[in-house]
Design a protein around this ligand. Structure first.
Ligand SMILES: C[S@@+](CC[C@H](N)C(=O)[O-])C[C@H]1O[C@@H](n2cnc3c(N)ncnc32)[C@H](O)[C@@H]1O
Length: 297
């Protein structure tokens, strides 16, 4: 069964990190750290970090009492690892990633947050094999399950790695982020909505529902929850985030927008236009994540 079709992902937020958006089995992202994914992950955390408090609060109600070992699978720069270490003071968090660049950032961030003694890193490509981590109480996989070559196999491995009753949590971005007011002062109102409609037609709006793959992997009682996010980050951060995303979608929208809408988007992104993003004070950031939780049988 193909698990991944068209996934909205954090890599989509980086410029030119890849060229396609139809991620099926065997067509997953390659990582190009030169493309700025680590920076984008940190920016994502700065913008959307507040949702982590909501997801970890939810996790706290589900997690077995006083977990000792939590694995952050596909940890990236460690936003989740740090949030987990803070939310579960009894736990050691093991950040697993195939990228040494990411893991260096995890170590630096953990050290800076005073959590260096409770956050360890393990470099492993789970497409090759599940690393030897000992007994694990909780596994957290945020925006990473859709990246592995065979999520069903990785879920099975994750299930086997957990102690009986141990908790698996998966999180995915489930909608494109929104930034713009309805009327941006250029062309017809509704530019962003039309961009998203065009992207949906290009297959950008799907995300994977991990419920069934989790059940098949040996998990019981899958709970699924949506976490809407609306934030007003510091304006320069909102602008950087919006520029990154709108710049990324601009090329995907080639030939899919009216000339008027394409021109309006270009004006927003152009450095010299007075209505460009940088001088706007009316950007908000709206996004959404879906999380799944289930226990090992
Ligand atoms: C989009 S990032 C998400 C990072 C972080 N969990 C977050 O939510 O900010 C996905 C991460 O998964 C890692 N990853 C992808 N495939 C992997 C694999 N087969 N084994 C280990 N890590 C993998 C990537 O290197 C990347 O750091």
């Amino acid at each position: 069964m193909p698990l991944a079709q068209n996934v909205v992902s954090l890599e989509d937020m980086t410029h030119e990190s890849h060229t396609g958006h139809h991620h099926g089995q065997g067509q997953r992202h390659g990582h190009d750290h030169a493309s700025g994914l680590p920076e984008q992950l940190d920016l994502d955390a700065a913008v959307f970090g507040s949702y982590l408090a909501d997801v970890t609060a939810w996790a706290r109600r589900l997690v077995p009492a006083s977990p000792r070992t939590i694995v952050d699978l596909g940890a990236g720069t460690g936003t989740g690892s740090l949030a987990l270490a803070e939310a579960f003071p009894t736990a050691h968090v093991v950040a697993v990633d195939k990228s040494t660049v990411m893991l260096e950032r995890v170590r630096a961030a953990a050290g800076a947050a005073g959590l260096g003694d409770r956050v360890a890193t393990v470099q492993a490509d789970v497409d090759e094999a599940w690393p030897a981590l000992g007994a694990v109480d909780v596994i957290w996989a945020s925006s990473s399950l859709h990246e592995v070559a065979d999520p069903q196999r990785v879920l099975r491995d994750a299930c086997s790695a957990l102690v009986p009753g141990g908790l698996m949590l998966a999180v995915e971005m489930d909608a494109l982020p929104r930034f713009l007011p309805d009327d941006v002062g250029l062309g017809r109102p509704g530019l962003e909505a039309r961009c998203h409609e065009a992207l949906a037609q290009a297959g950008w709006n799907g995300y994977e529902d991990w419920s069934l793959p989790m059940e098949r992997a040996g998990f019981d009682g899958v709970e699924r929850r949506s976490f809407p996010i609306r934030v007003n980050p510091e304006p320069t951060i909102a602008v950087r985030y919006a520029q990154g995303f709108l710049g990324r979608i601009r090329s995907a929208l080639d030939g899919r927008l009216s000339a008027e809408d394409a021109g309006a988007l270009d004006s927003l992104l152009a450095g010299k236009d007075p209505r460009q993003l940088l001088v706007r004070g009316d950007l908000h950031v709206v996004g959404s994540r879906t999380a799944w939780a289930a226990r090992r049988r």
